[in-house]
Design a protein around this ligand. Structure first.
Ligand code: PBG
Length: 324
């Protein structure tokens, strides 16, 4: 045998020497849930170790992450039912919980990278990512709301705006509004290929943002399709996206790889709430080894071609010293 691949695996030094992919703190983005109030830190039942924070507690959490070298955060609001309406007006109201949270983080930690979520669902009395009219999700009317929301986020200090709604044309529409208002420096991380997935369940529990009626299949993608992701990516590219994101992560590594192979923009992946819940539940049962299962998961995203990984594991991998 001339080729014996095992020779390159014979010692830790050689294995490290030929390792193709690495994971560093700079690859990680930590999603954080926010609630109204003071001194609030309540665990999400289906996401052990993940909490909803009031703004004062959020700042403490951000500080402890920053000290660990984790500097990018994606914020999500839990909105009181009484503030929700058909047009998600709370999403751009001056003084809203979300806008105050963005401002507070950027004022206290100017060097933190704040990513904001643009979608109607947490503020919409119908629980959808668009305006609902006679059971239909209106596309172009929804863009107007998304534009107002994105502009409010930019004014509050967002570094990166991440539209997660899957309406057609929203990247171009938001880019234009940002540019017209002097926010040419604010980036767009598009949820390019976001699938209609069962793995968002714990997230919707955390925020109380599940659709009141129906499902999201007329705007989120069919999980049987791969080529459609290339169409979405091409549109986002043409419309001015700075990052292309795939969501969920683990069941869609083929899509991550396909976008990474076909586009020169940085690729982000969202290791979503249900993936986190699944791994944590198995660990809690003693069925999987914690560090090994989580590191293997995160490295698979790097191997597939993602540079930015949104993951609820972000803080623990640093806290537990697994990247050392
Ligand atoms: C909403 C949004 C969702 C997630 C991020 N933004 C849920 C949904 O589309 O219903 C899911 C994230 C997760 O599950 O961790 N636009």
């Amino acid at each position: 045998m001339l080729q014996r691949p095992r020779r390159n695996r014979k010692s830790a030094v050689i294995r490290d020497m030929i390792q193709e992919n690495r994971l560093s703190p700079s690859n990680l983005i930590f999603p954080l849930f926010i609630v109204e109030g003071e001194n609030q830190k309540t665990e999400v039942a289906s996401m052990p170790g993940i909490y909803r924070y009031s703004i004062d507690m959020l700042l403490k959490e951000v500080e402890s992450c920053m000290n660990l070298g984790l500097k990018a955060f994606d914020l999500f609001p839990s909105v009181e039912e009484s503030l929700k309406d058909k047009y998600a007006t709370e999403s751009y109201r001056e003084g809203s919980l979300y806008l105050r949270a963005i401002e507070a983080v950027k004022t206290n930690f100017p060097e933190a990278c704040v990513i904001t979520d643009v979608a109607m669902d947490p503020y919409n009395s119908d629980g959808h990512d668009g305006i609902v009219e006679d059971g239909e999700i209106l596309n172009d009317e929804t863009l107007v709301v998304l534009g107002k929301m994105a502009l409010a986020h930019a004014k509050a200090g967002a570094d990166i705006i991440a539209p997660s709604d899957m309406m057609d044309g929203r990247i171009g529409y938001i880019r234009q509004i940002l540019d017209e208002n002097g926010f040419t420096h604010v980036s767009l991380m598009s949820y390019t290929a976001k699938y209609a997935s069962a793995f968002y369940g714990p997230f919707r529990d955390a925020l109380g943002s599940a659709p009141k009626k129906g499902d999201k299949k007329t705007y989120q993608m069919n999980f049987a399709n791969a080529k459609e992701a290339l169409i979405e990516a091409q549109l986002d590219y043409q419309e001015g996206a700075d990052f292309l994101m795939v969501k969920p992560g683990l069941p869609y590594l083929d899509i991550v790889k396909s976008l990474a192979d076909n586009f020169d923009l940085p690729i982000a992946v969202y290791n979503v709430s249900g993936e986190y819940a699944m791994v944590k539940a198995a660990i809690q049962n003693g069925w999987l080894e914690e560090e090994r299962a989580i590191m293997e998961t995160l490295m698979s995203f790097r191997r597939a071609g993602a540079t930015a990984i949104l993951t609820y594991h972000a803080k623990e991998v640093l806290e537990k010293g697994w990247l050392k």
